[in-house]
Ligand binder design. Structure first.
Ligand SMILES: Cc1cc2nc3c(=O)[nH]c(=O)nc-3n(C[C@H](O)[C@H](O)[C@H](O)COP(=O)(O)OP(=O)(O)OC[C@H]3O[C@@H](n4cnc5c(N)ncnc54)[C@H](O)[C@@H]3O)c2cc1C
Length: 534
């Protein structure tokens, strides 16, 4: 074999890849390389917290994925393609999910592993450096900064009060004992800068020389010899290279990890054979079980200049920029998402919310950037436990082709029911005093949409990605024919190959997926050390 060799190769420098690199570099003396398809995270818009909407709007640092036609339209499905992966372009909201999410993971592996809430809660605490909370739910010694907003703008203050008038409790900490209620958002920022996984975990290890980071390297397939991973094929520009390793970790995310497996001959036999890819391991679950949180926006114009409509455009943006550069302060120093609500529309007192709703103090055509001059609020509601399942499939045998992504948004009647109920709840919230005093008119879906049938059609038309794809290489018990990895996240039937990223979640977490992905990566890294290096 000629080519570079490392003890451990990690494919992808996103939420999971950075955590694995950090943990293995601290707890072993092995040589470690991280291969990343995207560039270094040098773009200043990555590090200014409010910059992500500009990056996404201009398709910078992202894979330009689209879905297949879902409910009549293709939808943008961008994912981070840069050092830090999703954590360099995401909205930084820090959410852990509910205990029952991890009960479901534990049920998926049964006696074969420990993915219990107690274990995962301890893992979250180890990773966290919280600026406010320090108790049985929060840590202050970890590498990952978690902050409350420095200030909550008036429109969001009104949203918080209106949700309480509607019947929710004020909950200072949705990552504490209960998720339910209306709360300030906790974010991965650090004194006015984005706290990406690359900043928190990877760069210190690369800077110290402990980890080799190779950027602009697209892994096209895993090299497998006698049912054991021995390295990867890489495209570097137009050049092909092979890099060898004793252990290969796929952390390429929920779209690319199953894609790479399939190009390597690991996946559903019929699909691989249809493209002439020799089958090494027939694993039916690769690329199946894709699910994501569907966003359903409800938007209304408000009186005056409340919120960030003006601050994020034109002269307002310039002023925000100057304030940020001089004092690391103002709207650009935060993600612009300051408050959130969690509830169950069927039972407002439930401790197991089924809906999450960020209160975004802007009106936007693309869901990110303010559009137009009228101020307003957009309630970004999501179904926390969608039951729809979709797929990631190969388009052809060419590893550089875009995959076929079918998230099947609102494909299950439960998702439609919760989506409609969420819109009705938000309309009631907007009728409460603290918002009614300032709302001028509902803009989306608009007054014409009233019956359940009309609301259902609206939900299907608008529901799109919250950028939380998971589940396409799910973990499960030996007797689960759809499991791709076992409880230690080793690929079934292949030695020295693990998948560690959001794709292994058997069921999505009730909340944003960055923090759970980092926690699962740390937990899996401990198992790697115990299995291979102790
Ligand atoms: C726009 C956006 C907003 C989001 N907002 C939030 C939020 O506010 N809060 C939250 O908790 N979560 C959020 N998320 C989700 C969160 O960022 C992801 O769940 C998380 O990053 C997933 O981690 P991962 O390690 O599985 O994959 P990623 O972080 O996507 O990392 C995968 C990495 O692998 C690289 N890669 C892929 N294929 C290859 C290949 N063939 N060769 C080499 N490298 C490859 C990618 O370029 C990428 O860097 C958001 C995501 C996006 C995109």
């Amino acid at each position: 074999m000629s080519g570079k060799h490392f003890d451990v190769l990690i494919v992808g420098s996103g939420a999971a890849g950075c955590v694995v690199a950090d943990y293995l570099s601290e707890h072993t003396d092995k040589s470690i390389a991280v291969l990343e398809a995207g560039p270094l995270d040098r773009n200043p818009m990555i590090h200014i917290p409010a910059g992500y909407s500009k990056l996404l709007a201009k398709d910078k640092a992202v894979w330009p994925y689209e879905t297949v036609v879902v409910n009549g339209q293709r939808r943008r499905f961008r994912m981070g393609k840069v050092v830090g992966g999703g954590t360099s372009v995401n909205a930084m909201c820090y959410v852990r999910g509910q205990k029952q999410d991890f009960d479901a993971w534990q049920e998926a592996v049964g006696e074969e592993g420990d993915w219990s809430w107690e274990t995962m809660r301890a893992t979250y605490i180890e990773q966290e450096r919280n600026d406010t909370f320090h108790n049985e739910y929060h840590g202050i010694d970890g590498p990952l900064s978690v902050e409350l907003p420095g200030r909550i703008n008036e429109l969001n203050q009104r949203c918080m009060k209106a949700f309480q008038e509607f019947g929710l409790s004020y909950n200072p900490d949705y990552n504490g004992q209960s998720q339910a209620g209306v709360s300030p958002v906790q974010s991965n920022t650090d004194n006015g800068k984005r706290a990406s996984a690359a900043v928190a975990y990877l760069h210190p290890r690369v800077d110290s020389g402990r980890v080799t980071l190779l950027t602009s390297r697209t892994v096209t397939k895993i090299l497998i010899d006698n049912r054991k991973a021995v390295g990867v094929c890489v495209l570097h520009g137009t050049q092909e290279e092979r890099i060898y390793a004793d252990l290969v970790i796929l952390s390429a995310g929920a779209v690319q990890s199953p894609k790479i497996l399939m190009h390597s001959g690991i996946g559903p036999r019929a699909q691989l054979e249809s493209f002439g890819i020799p089958v090494i391991e027939d694993l039916a679950g690769v690329g199946e079980n894709l699910h994501d949180h569907p966003i359903i926006p409800i938007a209304a114009f408000v009186k005056g200049k409340m919120g960030y409509q003006a601050a994020a455009q034109g002269l307002g943006m310039l002023v925000s920029g100057v304030r940020y550069l001089t004092a690391k302060d103002g709207p650009a120093a935060g993600n612009g998402i300051e408050t959130v609500s969690y509830w169950d529309p069927d039972d407002l007192q439930s401790e197991e919310p089924t809906v999450q709703c960020y209160h975004e103090p802007i009106i936007s055509q693309d869901g990110l950037n303010p559009s137009g001059s009228r101020s307003g609020v957009t309630f970004a509601t999501v179904v926390l436990q969608p039951r729809s399942r979709g797929t990631v499939k190969l388009a052809d045998a060419d590893p550089t082709s875009m995959p076929l992504i079918d998230p099947n948004f609102i494909g299950d009647p439960y998702d439609l029911k919760v989506g409609i109920a969420a819109v009705k709840s938000v309309r009631k919230v907007m009728e409460q005093r603290s918002l009614a005093d300032v709302i001028e008119e509902e803009f989306v879906p608009g007054a014409k949409v009233q019956t359940d049938e009309e609301l259902g059609a609206f939900v299907k038309q608008v529901a799109t990605t919250m950028w939380h794809p998971v589940g396409t290489c799910k973990m499960g018990r030996k007797d689960d024919p759809t499991a791709v990895v076992d409880a230690s996240l080793k690929v079934r039937g292949i030695e020295a190959l693990h998948v560690i990223d959001a794709s292994i979640m058997p069921r999505i977490i009730s909340g944003n997926t960055n923090a759970p992905t980092q926690a699962l990566a740390r937990h899996a890294s401990k198992m790697l050390v115990a299995r291979y290096f102790s």
